[in-house]
Design a protein around this ligand. Structure first.
Ligand code: FMN
Length: 183
């Protein structure tokens, strides 16, 4: 069974990303054989880049890096869920990505951003990063309009209006993995 990791890309207290990621996982798992797991960067708890060697060498000196590498190697694809911070992505997500190299390469990835205007700029900025990493950018990427002041209930209602896009994303992963099996 293929496994997709939903990386929760912000770590603030009361972060909205938890709600978005939990909703996404619920919707994705409705009609698929793919396993979707949450990967919480708060639990992974990496320090700011603390490795002396280039990540591409795979020479990791810290236990936390080795554990992070082992975790990411288990997955066949990823969804990065993150808010827009000052027209970019949260530093914690970039830091976690930068720790590794080959673990990401060639794997399919979709971006799910949120913010006042769907996190458009954050998504654009991350597209450059995933191209640099030589990941396979999937054509379905969500930009979710959420306001910081939205209550949990209001946000849930807004999230549910994107369910049809999550269906497309699920189909997209299914097709990608099917294609991979044929090759
Ligand atoms: C440091 C910071 C910068 C932000 N910058 C933007 C921004 O540029 N555009 C935007 O639409 N929202 C911005 N916001 C609002 C966030 O997108 C919104 O609060 C979101 O819920 C944050 O996600 P989080 O709760 O998971 O951290 C910013 C929030 C923070 C904390």
């Amino acid at each position: 069974m293929q496994k997709v990791g939903i990386v929760i890309g912000s770590v603030r207290p009361n972060r909205r990303s938890m709600q978005v990621a939990a909703w996404l996982k619920r919707q994705l798992q409705k009609e698929t054989k793919v396993q979707y797991d949450l990967i919480d960067l708060k639990k992974v708890d990496l320090p700011m880049m603390a490795e002396p060697h280039l990540p591409v060498t795979g020479l990791y000196t810290q236990q936390k890096t080795r554990a992070w590498s082992a975790l990411i190697q288990q997955y066949d694809g990823f969804i990065f869920v993150f808010p827009q911070y000052n027209w970019g992505y949260p530093a914690v997500l970039k830091n976690a990505i930068d720790y590794l190299a080959k673990e990401w390469q060639g794997k399919p990835v979709s971006l799910v951003t949120f913010g006042g205007h769907g996190g458009t700029q954050a998504q654009l900025a991350m597209k450059m990063v995933i191209a640099g990493l030589k990941m396979q950018a999937l054509p379905v990427n969500l930009q979710i309009d959420l306001l910081p002041a939205d209550s949990l209930a209001v946000a849930e209602r807004k999230l549910n209006s994107y369910n049809w896009q999550v269906e497309l994303l699920s189909e997209c992963f299914d097709k990608f993995f099917k294609q991979q099996r044929i090759k």
